[in-house]
Design a protein around this ligand. Structure first.
Ligand code: GLC
Length: 735
């Protein structure tokens, strides 16, 4: 089917109303295979069907490569790597015969304990925008439509289908909408509207944000699809700018067609009828949970476009022309689909290699007294509750079923030549899943016991103890706190008290508190490293790879974040029983908050150590006021190569409005060989010199500013001052 714009107009022109209805809401997939979402073909018009599948960490359909979590890619600060990842996940999506990937997610990490932070890139809008657009370019280069999600201000899982984000237009435009604007600039195929409300109106019904900002302002020409069962009022949603309701049918219609997914449950139910629910019981439990406490779970019982919207169209109260506009947008998805790129390469080996590279490049070395990198003959104790399992990801729609995994214990054992003794030392930490029927701790309630004694003995006998710990995060609920769950902190303290030297590896979904950091010799944060967790860890621990990551989020103690108070997070029940989260911090998110309030942090945004030794030699600004770029020279005086993330921040001088002390304006991740210098020119984000004003849009005021080149938001190396000319011309709209 040709998908030229004129062809799309002709297609809409030639459709019957029934055919149009079939394209504005998903339906049950009856043909072969499975998908998360499905739009049927219209054979009369030679219009193929569209299959959609999750997710941001890998293709959630049968087995697929389980790449590291998005926050690990965020920690790489490397858009080129993000594009490579996009190409790989796009190729796997294409190879499975899927046309649209329901990824990437790019909500900003406003709430440090948000259950889905692992699916997002970080706390800075420019950084997230650069990574999300690079990912989209990679995905769509494979003939697959990308779906950027969840538009917008979907920053917590607690009450996610009800909470209203009370947020002003300036933070919306300067922070929360910016990564989506970058996604539109990258020609993203679809935008997924979130469950939550913004300023009292559901995202799916928010005309100002969907039509005025996203479509008219950013120029988005594709469809806004709802999150799954996120449409609450079909007519209001369609009028506001939601073009496609997903999944478009109630759960009762969906699940029986996925009965093969319920067969294992049916078998287990046969065997343990009093312990395992049957398929019907499960479906009813889901429906009960959905219609009752809708905090983290939508009402999955029916489609809202069917019925009320279709009636309104039939009666003419919803104009046919508006229906045509919706259909036209949905049809543009086909222009991102290229089935000729279909390969049979569902899982090429280079994707395992890429998953490992992403994991090493995302690993952040927080502290190191020189114990790392290890020498190969070091005798090791490898300890941790889940140390024999690779930490694939968190719970929810982003779950991936990998072909193969390398656990931390296996990866270290494969790389070491000294002795390696493995001990759990702590009962397993739950790996939540809201899809698979977990017959482990969740149903039988059993947690294997793990005596700490063998772990202590192993630590005492080894040269170095490696302790691998992890948090618990899932879609649908937020973490209970920033503390490591269970008694993992105690485990670390006990091991550190018995080992000669101790290295801690934290597998986290976002910021975590590290109370023992002064008692250990080195600490790494590897996020959720994916299927290659162990092979990547082995490479970093033994120095084959420099820990290339830098923190894409601020690590601080829980109560000091801008969301420390109940009204800010998780919000307070207001009128009509709607929980309201006040975004009172305005534009001061993450490091911008901590810098403005001059508050102490455990580790700042952008922080991360290298095994090499970098010195910043020079900084010079390019043409323009404000300058469009900066040229930086960095030397590496170590006898080994190292990876450095060069960061540029703009510090406005006496700004006319309340602005953060510094804002990230540019960055690059570079490998610098031993005993050499590297010079590079980095583009500066013009918006780092501007602020958003309701009257005049993006505004650059006359004045001066400092451009700082830094190793983190709190580790400036060199500064250069620049004059800034006001720019209120039409094209002052810096992109
Ligand atoms: C979920 C998620 C969304 C996902 C969709 C389909 O509730 O919020 O990210 O793509 O449903 O699984």
């Amino acid at each position: 089917m040709s998908t030229s714009p004129d062809r799309l107009d002709d297609l809409v022109e030639s459709m019957t109303r029934e055919e149009k209805f079939r394209l504005i809401r998903g339906t049950v997939l009856l043909e072969e295979g499975r998908a998360t979402g499905y739009l049927p073909s219209i054979d009369r018009l030679d219009l193929p069907s569209l299959k959609m599948v999750d997710g941001p960490l890998g293709v959630r359909l049968d087995e697929a490569t389980a790449f590291p979590a998005s926050i690990a890619l965020g920690a790489s600060f490397d858009p080129a790597l993000a594009t490579e990842f996009g190409e790989a996940i796009g190729a796997e999506t294409r190879a499975k015969g899927i046309d649209v990937l329901l990824a990437p997610g790019c909500n900003l990490i406003r709430v440090p304990q948000c259950g889905r932070n692992f699916e997002y890139y970080g706390e800075d809008p420019y950084h997230s925008g650069a990574l999300v657009s690079a990912t989209i370019e990679g995905i769509q280069s494979q003939g697959v439509g990308a779906t950027v999600k969840h538009y917008v201000a979907n920053n917590q899982e607690h009450d996610r289908t009800e909470v209203s984000a009370a947020v002003d237009s300036r933070p919306l435009r300067e922070l929360y909408c910016r990564p989506f604007e970058a996604a539109v600039d990258a020609d993203v195929g679809a935008v997924m509207a979130a469950y939550n409300r913004i300023n009292g109106t559901y995202a799916t019904e928010h005309e100002a944000l969907l039509t005025d900002v996203l479509k008219d302002g950013f120029g988005f020409d594709g469809p806004v699809m709802s999150d799954w069962w996120a449409v609450n009022n079909g007519l209001s949603a369609a009028r506001a700018g939601t073009d496609l309701e997903m999944p478009g049918v109630g759960v009762f219609e969906l699940l029986p067609t996925q009965s093969e997914r319920l067969t294992p449950l049916a078998r287990l139910n046969d065997r343990w009828p009093d312990r395992i629910p049957g398929p019907e019981a499960l479906i009813n439990a889901i429906a009960r949970r959905a219609s009752a406490s809708r905090g983290g779970f939508p009402n999955v019982s029916e489609s809202k476009f069917a019925g009320e919207l279709e009636d309104a169209i039939e009666t003419g109260s919803f104009a046919e022309g508006e229906l045509d506009a919706m259909v036209r947008r949905v049809l543009t998805l086909h222009t991102r689909v290229d089935r000729s790129k279909e390969s049979d390469q569902i899982h090429p080996e280079e994707h395992d290699v890429l998953a490992r590279t992403m994991a090493t490049r995302g690993t952040v070395l927080l502290e190191n007294d020189g114990v790392l990198p290890l020498t190969a003959d070091t005798d090791l104790a490898v300890i941790g509750p889940n140390v024999t399992t690779a930490k694939i990801g968190g719970g929810g729609s982003s779950e991936v079923n990998p072909f193969n995994t390398v656990s931390p214990a296996a990866g270290i054992r494969n790389r070491a030549s000294g002795s390696v003794t493995v001990a759990q030392g702590h009962p397993p930490i739950d790996d939540p899943s809201i899809f698979s029927i977990d017959i482990g701790s969740r149903f039988f309630g059993g947690t294997e016991s793990a005596d700490i004694r063998p772990a202590i003995d192993a630590a005492r006998a080894a040269d170095v103890a490696i302790v691998v710990v992890q948090d618990i995060a899932t879609e649908g609920r937020d973490r209970q706190s920033l503390a490591l769950p269970g008694d993992q902190n105690q485990l670390i303290q006990t091991i550190a008290a018995n080992a000669d030297r101790t290295v801690v590896v934290v597998q986290a979904s976002g910021p975590v508190e590290l109370p023992w950091i002064e008692s250990v010799n080195a600490t790494l944060c590897s996020w959720y490293p994916g299927q290659e967790a162990g092979s990547a860890l082995g490479k970093v621990l033994f120095g084959d790879a420099d820990p290339g990551g830098r923190l894409p989020v601020t690590f601080a103690s829980e109560g000091t974040y801008p969301t420390g108070g109940q009204t800010s997070y998780p919000g307070v029940i207001g009128n009509e029983n709607v929980p309201v989260a006040q975004y009172d911090e305005g534009v001061f998110i993450g490091y911008r908050w901590f810098d403005d309030r001059e508050r102490s942090v455990q580790f700042p945004f952008g922080h991360g150590l290298s095994y090499a030794q970098f010195e910043y030699q020079s900084l010079s600004l390019g043409d323009g006021t404000p300058p469009e770029s900066a040229t930086v020279t960095v030397s590496n005086s170590a006898d080994r190569s190292g990876r450095e993330v060069i960061q540029l921040y703009v510090e406005p001088e006496a700004p006319a409005v309340d602005r953060p002390p510094r804002e990230l304006a540019g960055f690059t991740s570079v490998e610098i060989p031993a005993n050499s210098e590297h010079t590079c020119t980095i583009d500066l984000d013009p918006r780092a010199f501007a602020y958003y004003d309701d009257e005049n849009g993006w505004t650059i005021d006359e004045g001066t500013a400092t451009v700082a080149v830094a190793r983190s938001s709190r580790n400036t190396q060199l500064r250069a001052e620049t004059a800034i000319q006001a720019d209120d011309s039409e094209d002052a709209e810096p992109r």
